[in-house]
Design a protein around this ligand. Structure first.
Ligand SMILES: Cc1ncc(COP(=O)(O)O)c(C=O)c1O
Length: 368
């Protein structure tokens, strides 16, 4: 049997007709850059996330970059974040001349550990950027309390967390600004690159709309230095169709996660820990194991897709060597990077496929 890590074709086969209509309508309109379809999707996302406003942008990376720009993060400003993340979280800070400062993670949820954040606050700290890793929100009450105490802003990296909730509130409404990614493999995925910034004030909406369009409110009159970071109408049309299904898809992922966890009962692996405040959306179902690399190899040989998110933590990346981090600086982050593995997870995954994945993992640990 072959079980892919992700199969987007199964989802497409269900929504194909609606998608084709939405794309065709956009083609007929010949309006591709911003316009009414983008504005409507922004309205729906603000409503869905419970945010004051949402601004469509070209990718999750640009969402984080623009959020940092909206806060005025620049040379020498420190941003506290997690090193157990995708490169864009950190690269965007560096691109602006900012300094990434890393707090270690919680070994159960893999999210940033708030107790480690406060120790890292200095007079140069401007913001905290928690990453809602794998689709489970970070410990936002504690993070917000630290931010308030020290006068810091919060940018949520919600790239993996479309639909995720903390104490009943959606990711994207828990900080000052938040960056979503609609990369095709995400729970809410476009058919190309796309992203969104959600935020808690109209002022940010206004600022972001200028920044995503070359820093110009009025065409050819540039107020400040911006980027070309707009969401295009074809992606917004696809995303508007898909948003209607998002909760249903997240429920299906949660059911499949619960099924894996039940089937792994008694096995010598650690299954995902869901914090009591969270509604996890299982962008990834990640297990923690001994001999991770051996398991990865075995799964591949047996036709099961799996992936390491992330094999090399950010503080040990070559692109950060100027900061002089070394192994041992973030022990929990480094252990997680060596011991975690994502298993196949998507809403259409079947029970027999899951049974085969569990059996293949269990066989590996029982020496078969
Ligand atoms: C945690 C995290 N942050 C940022 C990004 C960047 O998003 P994009 O690929 O849409 O630029 C991703 C996407 O993989 C991500 O997983």
């Amino acid at each position: 049997m072959k079980v892919p890590l992700l199969d987007l074709k199964r989802q497409y086969s269900v929504i194909k007709d609606e998608i084709k209509v939405a794309i065709n309508d956009t083609l007929e309109s010949q309006c591709f850059i911003l316009g009414p379809v983008v504005a409507e999707f922004e309205r729906q996302m603000a409503e869905y996330t419970g945010s004051k406003g949402a601004v469509g942008v070209s990718s999750g990376t640009d969402a984080l970059l623009l959020a940092l720009m909206a806060l005025g993060v620049g040379a020498g400003d420190e941003v506290i974040t997690s090193a157990f993340t995708f490169g864009a979280t950190v690269g965007t800070i560096q691109r602006l001349g900012g300094v990434p400062v890393f707090a270690d993670i919680d070994p159960d949820t893999y999210n940033i550990n708030p107790d480690d954040i406060e120790k890292r606050v200095t007079s140069k700290t401007k913001a905290i950027m928690p990453v809602h890793i794998y689709g489970q929100c970070a410990d936002m009450d504690k993070i917000s309390a630290i931010a308030e105490k020290h006068g810091l802003k919060i940018i949520e990296d919600s790239a993996q967390a479309a639909g995720s909730k903390y104490k009943g509130k959606k990711a994207g409404s828990l900080g000052d600004l938040s960056g979503y990614s609609f990369f095709p493999s995400k729970n809410l995925g476009a058919y190309g690159d796309a992203g969104m910034v959600t935020c808690n004030s109209e002022d940010y909406v206004e600022k972001l709309k200028v920044l995503r369009q070359h820093g110009a409110k009025e065409k050819y009159y540039h107020r400040e230095i911006g980027i070309n970071g707009r969401l295009d109408a074809l992606q917004a049309a696809v995303l508007t169709v898909k948003l209607k299904y998002l909760d249903e898809w997240c429920d299906a992922r949660r059911e499949r996660a619960a099924y894996y966890t039940k089937k792994f009962e008694g096995a010598s692996i650690k299954t995902p820990v869901i914090d009591k405040n969270n509604t996890h959306i299982f962008h990834q179902y990640v297990i923690r194991v001994k001999d991770r690399d051996g398991l990865f190899k075995r799964l591949g040989e047996k036709g099961v897709g799996s992936a390491m998110y992330y094999p090399q933590p950010m503080h040990l990346q070559e692109s950060l060597k100027e900061f002089g981090f070394k192994e041992g600086d973030l022990p929990e982050t480094e252990s997680a990077a060596n011991e975690t593995l994502a298993l196949p997870m998507f809403p259409e995954l079947t029970e027999s496929e899951q049974d085969y994945v569990v059996e293949t993992v269990n066989d590996f640990y029982s020496g078969k």
